[in-house]
Design a protein around this ligand. Structure first.
Ligand code: CTP
Length: 453
């Protein structure tokens, strides 16, 4: 019953007052120009699902203007945004000219917090070929909603008179909210935009919904028909698609529900969108579990690493070495991640060959200190237990051992500062690591013997 059509008053009570005030002002500006203004997309969905006792803080707001009388109004969204910026001078205005959309951004506003408002001019999008950037022309709200991903995201709430608060539901979105279903609007939805496969999973898991049967069939059909080819080949026509795929992966892999979502993506075979050979099998799941343990151990506060990136690295590292670089590059991962994935195979070979030869702790340190911790974790994930334990011991214990003396101490003892210091300190460290010296007296004796003054 939480999705029964709320009255205007009820809707108002579900929104923080300053947000309601903003929507009212926006509506007035549109009305004065003879336009209609709608709240659309996720904000409407979340508003309908909201608990009346917990007023919503919406940070992403999408609005659409329509009801024009002349072609000159194609820039209506931009004009409205400019008018609103005069009322809210603390905002930043971004205009995306070719698409006739504008964004107003609040950053840490004392009342509204951080908020991003997109204002679009109602439009129809034609896809000249699948997954390309849409071409845009002014059209009605219905057509604007028709190009959207799921029925629950294709609802609009009219803000302007007549009947402000009227829900525009052309595709059965309200029913699907009731039935807790993710349903696409048309058969080609996933062919047009393969990232919607990831969005379907994300919304299903986040909202506790199911993917409606027919929609699931469309997903499987899109994947079988090789829709992902466009995302995985070195394809300069599809950079926008890669950017969106990365954004969806980030969304999913940084969410608390990432494991469930990944499992569902795996069940649908949707990891093929990352690379045609990628499957979620028991081995990949095991490696991801190990990665989680490492992240918990080495970075529980999430300050050292970007965890979703480490997860995506583990997933890409699961591919054959020859595919890793291109996939990481296409997904526009950070340079550091790309480099790591590119060097993983050769580094792994060195470590797997040399580590079993190391008898002493100092040898292990000398071998492994050339690599950063994320690289060592990636290697550990795919190595036999013995190697993994050695890497673990290095990362948790050996890497933290310091030489008993530092440069200042050497100076006090009378050693002449110079390049030799590095060698002395290194030897001191090795002797400490190998248990030859355990305190300052032994360290001093070691110095006198190995480096007489
Ligand atoms: N949309 C779409 N197809 C996509 C991406 C977005 O149709 N591939 C539409 C949907 O109508 C969506 C709206 O654009 O509701 C806004 O997109 P986005 O901000 O990504 O999603 P939200 O629904 O707002 O979800 P969230 O709450 O996660 O931000």
């Amino acid at each position: 019953d939480r999705v029964n059509l709320p009255t205007l008053g009820e809707l108002r009570s579900r929104l923080a007052p300053p947000l309601w005030e903003f929507l009212t002002k926006a509506s007035l500006q549109a009305k004065q120009r003879g336009w209609h203004l709608y709240l659309v997309g996720g904000a409407v969905r979340d508003l309908l699902l909201a608990n009346p006792n917990e007023p919503l803080l919406i940070q992403d707001i999408d609005m659409v203007v329509d009801g024009f009388h002349s072609a000159a109004d194609v820039g209506a969204g931009v004009e409205l945004a400019k008018a609103l910026q005069e009322i809210y001078p603390n905002t930043r205005l971004e205009v995306h000219g070719s698409f006739q959309t504008a964004a107003l951004l609040w950053r840490k506003d004392p009342v509204l917090g951080s908020m991003w408002v997109d204002i679009a001019t109602a439009r129809t999008e034609f896809y000249p070929y699948p997954a390309a950037n849409p071409e845009v022309e002014a059209s009605s709200i219905r057509q604007d909603l028709y190009r959207r991903d799921f029925t629950i995201n294709a609802l609009a709430l009219r803000l302007t008179p007549p009947r402000p608060g009227k829900l525009m539901d052309f595709f059965g979105g309200l029913l699907d909210l009731h039935a807790k279903q993710i349903r696409v609007l048309h058969v080609n939805s996933f062919i047009e935009d393969p990232t919607r496969i990831y969005r379907a999973v994300r919304f299903a898991v986040r909202l506790g919904f199911t993917i409606e049967c027919q929609t699931e069939e469309y997903i499987r059909y899109a994947i079988e028909s090789g829709v992902y080819d466009r995302t995985t080949k070195e394809n300069h026509k599809a950079p926008a698609l890669q950017t969106r795929l990365k954004a969806e992966l980030k969304h999913i892999l940084q969410a608390s529900y990432w494991k469930v979502a990944l499992q569902l993506l795996g069940d649908l075979g949707a990891l093929q969108c990352i690379h045609p050979t990628l499957k979620l099998d028991d081995e990949l799941l095991r490696q991801l579990r190990l990665m989680e343990r490492c992240l918990q151990r080495f970075d529980p506060e999430q300050q050292r690493f970007v965890h979703w990136q480490m997860r995506i690295e583990a997933i890409i590292a699961f591919l054959k070495p020859e595919y890793r670089y291109l996939v990481a590059k296409n997904l526009q991962l950070q340079d550091e991640s790309i480099r790591r994935l590119q060097n993983l195979a050769s580094t792994q070979e060195i470590v797997l060959e040399s580590l079993p030869e190391c008898d002493r702790s100092s040898q292990i340190v000398k071998l492994l200190r050339h690599y950063d911790l994320p690289m060592l974790i990636l290697i550990a994930l795919r190595s036999p237990r013995k190697i993994r334990q050695q890497i673990w011991h290095y990362a948790t214990v050996l890497a933290n051992v310091q030489p008993i003396f530092n440069g200042n101490d050497l100076k006090k003892f009378g050693y002449k500062p110079g390049p030799k210091y590095k060698q002395i300190l290194d030897d001191l460290l090795s002797a400490t690591l190998d248990g030859e010296i355990t305190n300052k007296i032994e360290a001093k004796e070691f110095l006198t013997k190995s480096y007489p003054l």
